[in-house]
Design a protein around this ligand. Structure first.
Ligand code: MOS
Length: 756
C-alpha cells in the first residue's frame, strides 16, 4: 500500500483534538486588530486607486474627458484605454488548464473603447490619498455610442438556449418518459419558480495592494484561490508564475465572490505597473456590485407526478439562468434532482441566456441553492395535494441509489437526519391543517426541506517541519476566510503527531508555500486534510528512522504501523521515545518532510473508491415561521438543521459555517434582491442600506446538529460543509409559510405583498 492508497478514517486518529470545539487559532489576531487584511498593508510611496464605471450597458466610448480629474491636486495619473499599458487577453476556459477557472470576464480592461455592462471599469484614477482618487474619479466624463443591450432577464427567458453539458455539471438527464408519466399520474403539481439576482456581501469588500519590483509582483489580496490569482496575473502581465507572489492570510468572507480575480485586482496591478508606485485599490461596496458577478436570476419549472401511495412516477425539472455576454457559467440548477428522489421517469434540462451584465459567478452552493428551492417547494406542495406529511412523503421516495445514475451512494443518512430533526424540533406538535396554528395575530407554520451539496475532493501539497523543541510547523498555501481552516489543520496535525495543540503552527495564505487547494466548491478541508495526514505519516517515518539509528533505540525493528504517536513521541505500548529526545540524540535542529500528491495515483484512487457514484453532504432543515395575519410580515421564530457532513473536525467552526449558510438562506428567502434597471442595466441598490442582508433581529437561535458518522472514502471521513447550509433554506421557509397561511409563494424574495 502506497501513501496515496491510504484512506484515513476518524477512528484512525484516536482523536484527542479532532471533533472538539477548539477556538479559532487566528481569533485573537482578528479580534485585537493584529490581523492585517489586503487593504491594510503599507509601502513607502503607496498611492491609491479609484475606478470610474461605465454608465451604459453596451456600446463604445466616443470621448472620455480626464483633464479636470488630472488637474486635481494630488492626482498621480488617470488611466483610460487611450493611455494605459495593455494587458494580455484573458484566454478561454479550458478543462485542461485548471488556472483558466480564474477567468472572471473576457474583457481586457482599458485596452478597448467597448463597454460590455453598466458598471464596467473604464478608467483608473491614481492619487496620493484615497479621498483625492475618489473625488477625481467623479470628475471624469464620458460620451458614448450606445448599442442595443439585453439586460432584462425575464424578457429574455423565451430565447433561452439549452446548455451544453459542462464536465462535472451534467444538468441534463432523461430517464423513461417523464412528461407522459406526469400526464397520467393520480396526483400532480406543476409549478414555476423565480429567483432574483443576488450579490455577495462579504464583510471585507474586495481590495488589492499591488507592488512591482522590476518584473516581480507582490499582491496582497483577499482571495479564495491564491494560485488562481497568481496564474491569472502572470498570464495577463506576461511574467512567469514564479514572479508573482500572492499573500492572502486573512480574507473577510468570500462566498464565491473571491473565487476569481475581478477587475479591481487586475486594474490595481495595471496601475502599479503604469505609475511605478505601489497601489492600493479598495473597492467601495458599490464597486463590488459593479465589478463582481453575483448569483444569476433564474426561473425553474418543477412538475411532479405521484401515485396514490405517494410514490413519485415522474420528476420534471427545467431551468433558465443567465450568464454575461462576456463570461460567466450556466448555473447547475437541476443538479439537485439528479440525487434527491427515486422516480422511474425523470426529465432534467437547464438552459441559459446571455445578458449585457457583469458575468455571473459562483455564490455559495451555486445551482443547489436555487434548485433546492424549486424541488423542495414542489415536493411540499405535492404533500398538500396528496394530504400526506411532507417528511413521510420524502421518506417514501428516499432512493437507495442515484435516481439518474443508478449508482449506489457512497454514504446517505438522510433518514437519520429527518428522524433526529423531527424529534428534536417537535414535528409531532405540528397541526397538519394550514392556518390552524395561531398565536394571537401571528399565524404559525412549520416547514422542512432537504439540504444537499455534492462532495468533491482535490489534493494539495504540504510541508511539515518538526523542530528540536518539539514544535511543529505545517506549511500549505490554503486560504482562510473565516471558516476555521488553519484551526482544523492544527487539530489534525496535533492528533496525528501526538503533540499538544499549542505546539503546532499552520502557515497558509501565501503562494510561496507549497501548493494548496482552492477554498471553493466546499473542497478545501477534505483536500488539505488528506495531504496533512500523508505528510504526518512521512514525518513519523523519517523520525522513526532517526530513532532506529541510535544504538539503544527502544523501537528497533518496529514498523510505523505498529506504533502510536502520543505524548510528543512515538511509542509501542510503553516503549518509545519523545521527538525531542530523538532529535537531540541525532543532533538535529529539525526534520523536514514535504508531501506532494501523485496526481495520477490520486485520480486512480478516486475512481476506484468513488468512481462516478454520488457522494454528497445532506441535511434536514426545520423551520418555524410566524406570519402577521394583517400585514403579511414574516418572522422566523425557530430553526434547526440536522446535517450529515461526515466526521465533524471542529464542532464550533462547523456549526458556525452551517449557521452562516442558513442565515444566507434566510436573506435569500425573505429580503435579498439585486434590482436591475430594465432600461439601463444599472444596479439600483448596490449597497447594504437597500440590499437587505439579514441582521440579528431577523435571525432566531439556530440549532445545528450533526450525525457525525464518517464517510468511508474521505480523509478522516469528512465531507465539505461550507456550502450545504444555505441549501433547502428558502424552501423550508416557503413551506412553513404555506403551512401558516395556505399560500404557496414561488417567487423569491418572499416579501409581504406576496404573502397577503
Ligand atoms: Mo463557493 S460558491 O464555491 O465559494
Amino acid at each position: 500500500m502506497t501513501l496515496d492508497d491510504t484512506v484515513h478514517t476518524a477512528e484512525a486518529t484516536g482523536g484527542k483534538y479532532v471533533g472538539r470545539s477548539i477556538p479559532r487559532v487566528d481569533g485573537p489576531g482578528k479580534t485585537t486588530g493584529q490581523a492585517r487584511f489586503a487593504a491594510e498593508h503599507s509601502y513607502p510611496d503607496l498611492a491609491y486607486a479609484a475606478l470610474v464605471y461605465a454608465t451604459i450597458a453596451r456600446g463604445r466610448i466616443l470621448a472620455i474627458e480626464t483633464s479636470e480629474a488630472q488637474a486635481v491636486d494630488g492626482v498621480v495619473a488617470v488611466l483610460t484605454h487611450k493611455n494605459a499599458p495593455r494587458m494580455k487577453p484573458a484566454g478561454n476556459l479550458s478543462p485542461f488548464d485548471i488556472s483558466s477557472i480564474a477567468i472572471s470576464t473576457s474583457v481586457n480592461y482599458l485596452a478597448t473603447d467597448e463597454v460590455h455592462w453598466n458598471g464596467q471599469p473604464i478608467a483608473v484614477v491614481v492619487a496620493e490619498t484615497p479621498e483625492v482618487a475618489n473625488y477625481a474619479a467623479s470628475l471624469v466624463t464620458t460620451s458614448y455610442e450606445q448599442w442595443g443591450a439585453k439586460v432584462d432577464f425575464a424578457s429574455e427567458v423565451p430565447n433561452a438556449v439549452p446548455d451544453k453539458g459542462i464536465p462535472f455539471m451534467t444538468g441534463k438527464a432523461d430517464k423513461g418518459n417523464a412528461l407522459g408519466a406526469l400526464a397520467t399520474a393520480p396526483f400532480t403539481v406543476d409549478l414555476e419558480f423565480s429567483t432574483p439576482q443576488y450579490n455577495h456581501n462579504a464583510l471585507e469588500p474586495h481590495a488589492t495592494t499591488a507592488v512591482w519590483n522590476g518584473d516581480k509582483l507582490t499582491v496582497h489580496e483577499g482571495t479564495q484561490s491564491l494560485t488562481g490569482v497568481q496564474g491569472q496575473l502572470a498570464k495577463r502581465f506576461g511574467v512567469p508564475k514564479d514572479n508573482v507572489r500572492v499573500l492572502s492570510p486573512f480574507v473577510g468572507g468570500g462566498f464565491g465572490g473571491k473565487a476569481r480575480p475581478w477587475a479591481g485586482t487586475l486594474l490595481a496591478v495595471l496601475a502599479a505597473r503604469a505609475t511605478g508606485r505601489p497601489i492600493r485599490l479598495a473597492l467601495t461596496r458599490e464597486g463590488v456590485y459593479h465589478t463582481v458577478g453575483g448569483r444569476t436570476a433564474s426561473i425553474q419549472r418543477v412538475a411532479l407526478g405521484a401515485g396514490t401511495d405517494g410514490r413519485l412516477a415522474s420528476i420534471v425539472h427545467t431551468s433558465v439562468s443567465r450568464t454575461g455576454r462576456v463570461g460567466g457559467m450556466p448555473e447547475r440548477i437541476t443538479e439537485v434532482s439528479h440525487e434527491m428522489y427515486a422516480a422511474p421517469n425523470i426529465h432534467l434540462q437547464q438552459s441559459s441566456v446571455k445578458l449585457d451584465l457583469v458575468s455571473n459567478t459562483f455564490m455559495r452552493a451555486p445551482g443547489e441553492a436555487i434548485g433546492s428551492f424549486g424541488l423542495e417547494s414542489a415536493i411540499d406542495e405535492l404533500a398538500w395535494e396528496i394530504g400526506m406529511d411532507p417528511i413521510e412523503l420524502r421518506m417514501i421516495n428516499e432512493p437507495d441509489r442515484g435516481p439518474v445514475s443508478g449508482k449506489v451512494f457512497t454514504h446517505r443518512k438522510l433518514r437519520d437526519a429527518y428522524a433526529l430533526g423531527a424529534e428534536r424540533f417537535g414535528w409531532k406538535e405540528r397541526e397538519p391543517r394550514a392556518g390552524a396554528m395561531r398565536d394571537g395575530r401571528w399565524l404559525v407554520g412549520m416547514g422542512v426541506a432537504t439540504a444537499h451539496h455534492t462532495a468533491m475532493q482535490l489534493t494539495a501539497s504540504v510541508a511539515i517541519r518538526l523542530n528540536a523543541d518539539g514544535t511543529v510547523v505545517v506549511r500549505c498555501a490554503m486560504q482562510e476566510m473565516g471558516m476555521g481552516a488553519p484551526t482544523v489543520q492544527t487539530q489534525v496535525t496535533a492528533d496525528e503527531l501526538g503533540v499538544p495543540l499549542e505546539s503546532v503552527r499552520v502557515e497558509y495564505g501565501d503562494t510561496d508555500l507549497p501548493w494548496g487547494s482552492p477554498a471553493f466548491g466546499s473542497v478545501q478541508t477534505a483536500s488539505v486534510t488528506s495531504a496533512v495526514l500523508a505528510a504526518c505519516t512521512k514525518l513519523k517515518q523519517a523520525v522513526l528512522i532517526l530513532a532506529q539509528r541510535q544504538a539503544d533505540s527502544r523501537l528497533k525493528g518496529r514498523k510505523l504501523a505498529e506504533l502510536k504517536a502520543h505524548d510528543g513521541g512515538l511509542y509501542s505500548g510503553a516503549k518509545g521515545h519523545k521527538y525531542t529526545d530523538i532529535l537531540a540524540a541525532a543532533g538535529r535542529e529539525h526534520v523536514d518532510v514535504a508531501y506532494k500528491p501523485n496526481i495520477p495515483a490520486f485520480l486512480a484512487r478516486t475512481v476506484r473508491d468513488v468512481g462516478w457514484r454520488p457522494k454528497a453532504a445532506t441535511g434536514a432543515q426545520f423551520c418555524e415561521v410566524r406570519v402577521d395575519a394583517d400585514t403579511g410580515e414574516v418572522r422566523i421564530s425557530r430553526w434547526m438543521g440536522v446535517f450529515d457532513v461526515g466526521t465533524v473536525l471542529n464542532a464550533r467552526t462547523a456549526e458556525s459555517q452551517l449557521r452562516g449558510g442558513i442565515i444566507m438562506g434566510i436573506g435569500m428567502a425573505l429580503s435579498e434582491h439585486t434590482i436591475i434597471d430594465h432600461r439601463t442595466g444599472r444596479i439600483v441598490n448596490p449597497n447594504l442600506s437597500e440590499y437587505h442582508v439579514p441582521v440579528h433581529a431577523d435571525v432566531p437561535h439556530i440549532d445545528v446538529h450533526f450525525l457525525n458518522e464518517p464517510e468511508p472514502h474521505s480523509p478522516l471521513g469528512l465531507l465539505g460543509l461550507g456550502e450545504i447550509g444555505v441549501t433547502g433554506v428558502p424552501a423550508a421557509i416557503a413551506n412553513a409559510i404555506r403551512h401558516a397561511t395556505g399560500k404557496r409563494v414561488v417567487d423569491l424574495p418572499i416579501t409581504l405583498d406576496k404573502v397577503l
